[in-house]
Design a protein. Structure first.
Length: 181
């Protein structure tokens, strides 16, 4: 079994959560089994150890991007930067708002989190509509960083986020894809 199929077999689908008709892709089983968690992290580590893809820093999106991003940064010997929901960071921040299906949201980053010219890997657990990752990319770029790639465990291409992100100039890498959202 290849890595993608192995990881996919450990992702739980929760029907009708958080709303009727939604097929929620739950990554917690990937994190609960130490062997599966190691395979997951190693898949990212091996990719980002390569010279042309090696970032200077890893940025993780609130909240599940923190789990994968922090461990990946540690394994690569890099720093980790959290991109948080509005109001959660204690220091001077920059903000980026984005639209949700029903309303809007804002994410923040410490104003000194990255330096101009740094190559940043932006990571989250899942790409659905792409709004959060796009907001994270824009935040990092406000500070002068170059977002090397957006990475996630799961891609839901039918929801349009993958294409939206690519249309906005973000290279993407995901490990598992679900065709039906």
């Amino acid at each position: 079994m290849d890595t993608s199929a192995y990881l996919k077999a450990h992702i739980r689908t929760v029907p009708d959560w958080p709303a009727p008709g939604v097929q929620f892709r739950d990554i917690t089983p990937l994190l609960q089994d130490p062997k599966v968690f190691r395979v997951l992290i190693d898949a990212f580590v091996h990719r980002y150890m390569v010279r042309g893809l090696r970032p200077d820093v890893v940025a993780g999106l609130d909240a599940r991007g923190f789990i994968i991003g922090a461990v990946l940064a540690y394994e690569l010997g890099l720093g980790f930067v959290p991109i948080r929901k509005k109001g959660k960071l204690p220091y001077t921040t920059v903000q980026e708002s984005y639209e949700l299906e029903y309303g809007s949201a804002t994410v923040e980053l410490h104003a000194d989190a990255v330096q101009a010219g740094e190559r940043v890997l932006l990571i989250d657990d899942l790409i659905a509509t792409g709004g959060t990752m796009l907001a994270g990319k824009r935040l990092l770029e406000k500070l002068g960083a170059h977002v090397l790639e957006g990475a996630a465990i799961v891609a839901l291409p039918s929801l349009g986020g993958m294409q939206r992100l690519r249309d906005n100039g973000l290279a993407l890498h995901t490990l598992v894809e679900f065709d039906n959202g």
